[in-house]
Write a protein that binds this ligand. Sequence first.
Ligand code: URA
Length: 218
Amino acid sequence: MPRSTEPATVLPLARPPEHIPAGALATVRRKAKRCHDCPLWMHATQTVFGVGPAHAQVMLIGEQPGAQEDLQGEPFVGPAGRVLDKALAQAGLSREAIYLTNTVKHFKFEPRGKARLHKRANAAEQAACRQWLAAELLKVKPRLLVAMGAMAAQALFGARFRITQQRGQWLPLAAGAQGIATWHPSYVLRARDDESRERIYAELAQDLSLVAARLAAG
Ligand code: URA
C-alpha cells in the first residue's frame, strides 16, 4: 500500500526526507509509535515522540532519547533533562511553552551487564527517522529552532556545520524560520572537569537567553 505523504513543502531541514507522514500531529505521533523503518525499534521500549504545544513558537531539538526517556516515553526526563530545565529557567524560558523533541526517536544502546550504554544512531538510522522530525516541523511550524548538539545542528544546517565554531549564532532557515545551535545538555555532564562543566553550562544558558530575547522581541 503506498504511504500517505504530505506534499513537498519547504522545510527548515538540510536534507528533507522523501516521505513525510500525513495527518494531524496526534495522527503522526500514533504512526511513529509503530515505526519499523530502521532496526532501532527492536530493542527500544517505545518511540519517544516530541511533546509540547501544537503551535509552539520555539522548538528545541535534541539528539536521541536516553535510557530514562526510553522507559518514560518523553524527551529530556533523565539527567540531561535536569540540566536543560535548569538552563531554561535561568534563561527565562518556560518548558511548557516549548515543543521539545529529538532528531532520532528511539533509544540506541549497547547492553553492558544490567546497564544499557548509550550508542549514537548512525547515518542510516538518522535518515530513516528524519520523516518524523519533518512532520513535527510541518505541523508545529515553529518560528525559532534550537538544535542541541551536533546531530540536531547538522540535521538543520547540513553536514558541514561545526558546533564548536558556529554555536550561539542565529542562521536563517527555510520557511521563514530562524535557527541556532547550542551545546547538548549531556555535554555539560560529560565535561572533563568542573571548570569546563561550568563554562559549557554557562554557554548553553547564554544561548538559550538569546532564544528568550528573540521570542520576546516578537
Ligand atoms: N538526550 C537527548 O538528546 N534527548 C533526550 O531526550 C535525552 C537525552
